[in-house]
Design a protein. Structure first.
Length: 372
């Protein structure tokens, strides 16, 4: 397989419209790397530049140490799986999977061996004589993956391959793609807007926004150490809560005050927040790091329940402060809550994050390494 390197890659369309800016990414051999971000962030454009389907405006693309900027897609030794499957409707599953090998004039016995082997891996053997219209969405997607596997490429590229599937099938296909990567030990680059897919599939995640890489790292590293407010809010389900608070000094301590309650940061957080006394910052806390309490004590946050979502194993509470700021909390399913009720939540301050309110992307008030 292969190592993929993007060195200062950029994409500029006609009219000086910039879609991707100075992307520096290294995908190691056999690594599963996921590009994630909201629609229009440049992730698919970056993937298409790797595939050769988009010209590279700036920078260099290297595969196995060789520059690929001007190499045609067919000569890059990559295989791409598209969102819409891109199957030939008039061909059988077997012929769809074999087509790329046939046009390369590969020996018929070798074509048959590869197709049969891929079909077995993907549980498609019984469907080889069917045409795509006779298959379910999940089966069609497996055919598209099988077509990529038979080529035995250096790099697999996936462009939002599960977005057309229903929720249950997405979970199943996610597991199948992860198992496939473990079997093939291939270099894979996967694009998605779904951060759950990114967290569960990737060895490495590249978070993008407005064509710019925000942070790169292992899934749990990004979850625990976001570099800015965007990454903190994008990684995690439900997303991290953000409350605008004022940093004040009270009783010899640095405290953050929301207006209807105040909380005391950890000693280390207080040291970092001292420079912000008198200023507003964002107080970030994840829904799972808020504990329901029947008693009010230090760091008690009292809020009114505006909505609730019972999800079986847990309940999501939607709450509002007296100042009209909104958050979500995860609680156990067996607790009884009423709409309009005021409840007390205690944040785990060791897991809390604070972000500046400066213009641009608010950065975290910690020493976080970018990890790339």
């Amino acid at each position: 397989m292969a190592k993929v390197e993007l060195k200062g890659i950029g994409k500029i369309y006609d009219g000086n419209v910039r879609a991707v800016t100075n992307s520096n990414i290294t995908v190691e051999d056999k690594e599963f790397c996921v590009f994630v971000g909201p629609s229009g962030c440049g992730k698919s454009t970056t993937l298409r530049m790797i595939a050769g389907l988009e010209d590279i405006s700036e920078g260099k693309l290297l595969i196995d140490g060789k520059e690929m900027n001007d190499v045609p897609p067919k000569d890059r030794d990559i295989a791409m799986v598209f969102q819409n499957y891109a199957l030939y409707p008039h061909m059988t599953v077997y012929d769809n999977m074999a087509f790329g090998l046939k046009i390369r004039k590969m020996d018929k016995k070798e074509i048959d061996r590869r197709v049969q082997e891929a079909a077995k891996q993907l549980d498609l053997t019984q469907y080889l004589t069917r045409k795509p219209k006779a298959l379910s969405g999940g089966q069609r997607q497996r055919v598209a993956v099988g077509r990529a596997i038979v080529r035995n490429p250096k790099v697999f590229l996936f462009d939002e391959p599960l977005s057309n599937l229903d929720a249950k099938l997405r979970v199943t296909m996610r597991a199948e793609i992860a198992a496939l990567h473990n079997r093939l030990q291939a270099t894979m680059i996967y694009v998605t807007h779904d951060q759950i897919e990114a967290m569960t599939l990737g060895d490495k995640i590249v978070v993008m926004k407005d064509g710019v890489i925000q942070q790169i790292g292992a899934p749990l590293y990004l979850y625990n150490n976001p570099i800015n407010k965007f990454v903190a809010g994008f990684i995690g389900t439900p997303p991290m809560n953000f409350l605008t608070v004022k940093v004040i000094e009270k009783g010899g301590k640095v405290v953050v005050d929301e207006g209807s309650f105040s909380v005391v940061p950890t000693a280390d957080q207080q040291k970092r927040l001292k420079a912000y006394v008198g200023k507003e910052v964002y107080f970030g806390i994840r829904p799972e790091d808020l504990e329901y309490s029947e008693k009010a004590g230090e760091n008690a946050m009292q809020m009114k329940i505006t909505n609730k979502e019972p999800l079986g194993a847990e309940t999501h509470l939607y709450l509002a402060t007296n100042k009209g700021q909104n958050i979500i909390a995860k609680t156990t399913a067996n607790a009884a809550f009423r709409l309009g009720e005021t409840v007390t939540l205690i944040p785990d301050m060791k897991k809390a994050k604070f972000f500046s309110t400066e213009e641009g992307e608010p950065n975290i008030i910690e020493d976080i390494k970018k990890e790339w």
